[in-house]
Write a protein that binds this ligand. Sequence first.
Ligand SMILES: *[C@@H]1O[C@H](CO)[C@@H](O)[C@H](O)[C@H]1NC(C)=O
Ligand SMILES: *[C@@H]1O[C@H](CO)[C@@H](O)[C@H](O)[C@H]1NC(C)=O
Length: 290
Amino acid sequence: MSTSTIPVRVVTLNIRYATKKPVPGEESWTVRCPKLCAQLAFIASSHSSVFICLQEVLHTQLTDIQARLGPSWAHIGRGRKDGEEAGEFSPIFFRIESWGCERNETYWLSKTPDVPSKGWDAALERIVTMGLFCRRKTQTAAIIMSTHLDHKGQTAREESAHLLVKLARNWTESWAGDLKPPLFLGGDFNSTPDGKAYKALTMPGSGMEDMSNLVPINLRYGNQEITYTSFGEPNEEPKRIDFLFVRGSNGLKFLTFGILPNRFDDMIYLSDHRPVVVDVEIPVGAANIS
Ligand SMILES: *[C@@H]1O[C@H](CO)[C@@H](O)[C@H](O)[C@H]1NC(C)=O
Ligand SMILES: *[C@@H]1O[C@H](CO)[C@@H](O)[C@H](O)[C@H]1NC(C)=O
């Protein structure tokens, strides 16, 4: 087996849906869009293997982001309301010249994952977008997942976490070769590390690990704890609810982990969440592709 590696960057960001009624401190999507897309382009620049997991993306926002990233990018994912264009998406953006998407699905986080549905005590339909990607010409594969767990239903969050673990295992084990592709899961889990969803995701046997724990502290960049800032509303508590998990960390090399800013000198919030980024090297030929 080759010992060469491919650097992969995985990003997760809840972009905040384009509301018609912004809260105090929130600018409209028209104002946020160019700034947020410039940040995504900056994060992705000079990385050919970047997977951007987004949440709260309405269809109009999806087309805006696709247009601004440009034709070298594509995305996967369906709207959570009807499986088409209605409701928020949890899409995954990727560079088409570097990676091909071999398989993609959107599942509902409920007892009926194949059809639009609400799960358990969830207030809203919740989804996960999954893609199996193959690096062109190098016999290397990776599975990416993007999700957003319910903000109200505690049972829904915990059950959804179990379902995510199951789907991750299923997709990995469905891979025919002995060498299983690494899997990366990014999202807004509406759960802090003390929450049941986080615990379900990281419990022994889940196969999942929080990638922030795999990068030594002195290699972590930016903000350390807070991923959700809010727009500064007085009734909102800043907290850590956005995470990047990995399944199959053996043989991977974790380089950096960063929680980036969501506002700059002009003090305009790009979103009420911050982008979370990990850099990891995966071995070439991490999967046998026919
Ligand atoms: C995702 O899968 C659908 C079929 O379910 C297919 O039509 C679409 O082209 C796929 N997207 C990509 C980017 O491969
Ligand atoms: C994955 O799920 C599909 C559909 O539910 C099932 O047919 C298949 O056997 C599962 N594969 C594994 C490896 O668990």
